[in-house]
Design a protein around this ligand. Sequence first.
Ligand code: HEC
Length: 165
Amino acid sequence: MEIDWKDAVKTDLRRKILRGLSLSGFLLVGCLVIQFLEISGMNAWAGSPPSSKSAKAEGNTERGREVFNGKGVCYYCHGIDGNKDQRPQLAPDTAALIAQLNPPPVDLRNQKILRLNTDKQRAHAIREGHPGTGMFPDTTITPQELTDVLAYLALLRREHSSRKP
Ligand code: HEC
């Protein structure tokens, strides 16, 4: 009788633990789903027509700048802070390679000569490489870094156009 009771408690405990585990599993999956939704929301934003307001809310221009002048190595070709005439000191063979690019890297500050019109196209160019040019794909950039870089590129274009008369 007593043994039965202990067994019952044990199975009950086991059931409770299992339920607890599946509950935490459920929560974990929920968090992952939410995170995924956030990321795909960001992508959806990248695909929408550029709006300076959403760029400010979603992308951090300062972090985008760090990626641009750092990990993303965008500055190798597009210049420090997107300033075409301010390239970093590069190994001679790298510099020579970049000098040979045809078409040459574009001035990302000069809205008039830029050919991509949406952040979706820009995101694609950064992630997959810019077709027919020397711009290679960046496969290590995270969705957040991509969003930040796009916000930074938008800032470069805005800064440039506001300086023009
Ligand atoms: C190896 C040199 C190189 C690197 C590195 C590079 N680019 Fe480019 N980029 C180019 C060239 C070349 C073009 C094409 C210019 C043209 O179409 O006339 C280009 C084009 C672009 C364009 C399209 C401009 C337009 O016409 O609207 C964007 C945006 C851009 N680059 C952003 C970036 C960003 C952001 C990074 C870093 C993640 C980067 N690039 C890294 C060489 C480079």
